[in-house]
Design a protein around this ligand. Structure first.
Ligand SMILES: [Zn+2]
Length: 308
């Protein structure tokens, strides 16, 4: 903390201005709005929305983190990136994970945009991306409209565990630390600003959503521990409110508590469905102000299934 406190305050103010759609995970307004663009650190801007879309602006290139849902949102994000750059910098796109509000707007980016992501995410995107696009498209008429023609995108650069982008005066380090929310979660760290864009892996008082069936609280904790080693001072999650570096320990604390409760229940032989309901009720009491705790029974299932 300290150095960027004014930026954090600005980010939090941005959130208040952005309204309730950004205050919870789930299905906020799926149309990004340039009005919700805020600068949160010397090189980083965010459009607060569903999801929060990040921009890391350098002299040579502008990195866009996530596309928004469907090509119209992707096109808006690309326009905003070009405006923020201001002198024709190269456009680079990366996506935090394969879910449609993060990756299914790639077709809206102009030709020549360089797309970079981790290999695990590309594999997951190609396996399950279209299925998820179809699922999201069926959720509402507006989502269907936004996702019209959306396809699974290719990448120009794929990396295994880490790559660094020199954007000119600022860098973005892209990491794959393992599975957490999905198998292919990417974490983006901007060392000059001590800022992390952790996708859905660290959020602000939102119950972690352990989606992939081989994911578990234990594996998620391991990824959070990698993020903690980066010592970020500012955290820009993909959903919900921004925060300072304390969000990382807060996320870990919640996951460790959940994991401990699930392991105790498993070794006591409690049926998984009962344990899920009970632990959800207990954690609702223990974590006032948190949202999304309806996913705890699923998390308990994942913990029961985890051989580790
Ligand atoms: Zn997601």
């Amino acid at each position: 903390m300290g150095r960027w406190t004014p930026w954090i305050a600005a980010g939090l103010a941005a959130l208040a201005a952005a309204g309730p759609a950004s205050a919870q995970q789930g299905f906020g307004n799926p149309r990004l709005d340039e009005k919700n663009l805020r600068q949160v650190s010397p090189h980083v801007w965010v459009i607060m929305g569903f999801p929060n879309v990040g921009f890391v602006v350098g002299d040579k290139a502008v990195l866009v983190v996530d596309t928004g849902l469907g090509d119209p949102n992707g096109a808006l994000a690309a326009r905003v990136a070009q405006k923020l750059g201001g002198h024709g910098q190269k456009l680079i796109l990366t996506t935090t994970h394969f879910h449609p509000e993060h990756a299914a707007g790639q077709g809206g980016f102009p030709p020549g945009t360089e797309v970079v992501r981790d290999k695990a995410q590309q594999v997951e995107l190609e396996q399950d991306g279209q299925k998820m696009i179809d699922l999201f498209a069926s959720r509402s008429a507006e989502m269907g409209e936004l996702l019209k023609g959306a396809t699974v995108g290719k990448a120009d650069v794929l990396y295994d565990r880490q790559t660094t982008l020199d954007l000119g005066g600022v860098h973005a380090r892209l990491y794959w630390f393992g599975a957490a929310h999905t198998k292919g979660d990417e974490i983006i760290y901007v060392p000059e600003d001590k800022l992390v864009l952790p996708g859905d892996v660290v959020e602000n008082r939102i119950s972690p959503n352990i989606i992939c069936d081989s994911c578990s609280p234990r594996q998620w904790i391991a990824v959070v521990d990698h993020i903690a080693r980066l010592k970020p001072e500012l955290v820009v999650p993909d959903h919900g409110e921004l925060g300072d570096g304390s969000l990382v320990a807060q996320e870990r604390g919640f996951l460790a508590d959940l994991d401990r409760r699930a392991r105790l229940a498993r070794s006591a032989g409690e049926p998984v469905d009962e344990a899920g309901k009970r632990i959800q009720a207990e954690m609702e009491g223990a974590y006032p102000g948190w949202t999304g705790l309806g996913n705890i029974p699923q998390s308990v299932q994942r913990a029961y299934a985890d051989p580790g």
